[in-house]
Ligand binder design. Sequence first.
Ligand code: RB5
Length: 148
Amino acid sequence: MKLGIGCDHGGFELKEELKRRLCAEGYEVTDQGVYDQNEVDYPDIAKITADGIRNGEYEKAILVCGTGIGMSIAANKISGIRAALCCDCFSARMAREHNDANVIALGARTTGVELAWEILRSYLNAEFLGGKHTVRVNKIMQLEKGEV
Ligand code: RB5
């Protein structure tokens, strides 16, 4: 599976560790930065990482900042993106099964490495359930287009 990953300075160390583990498991990971701990603005990285989904480079992406909040807010402003900030494994699974989230946001200052990895695995191992959830996700996309 191809994945995108991006972070700001607050999420750099966690991003590096998650990327290392994903690659070890055979995922093809496109790292959209940042590549060091110099301060950046998280919306810039959210945009670059989301663009990889929009142009078909990968289907899903991971965004990491200090709390995951800024990244998730920014990503959700981008057309076609459904980003879920996840702090527990159940929410991560639901984000796929019910919400068809194509981005998971994680907080490096709120979530330890091992928990973040378990959350990410819960997200990646789950599949969208479709059915009534498709109707609801389509309504989200209509909201985005201003159709309702
Ligand atoms: C950066 O200091 C911090 O604001 C950012 O990583 C993130 O937590 C924003 O939501």
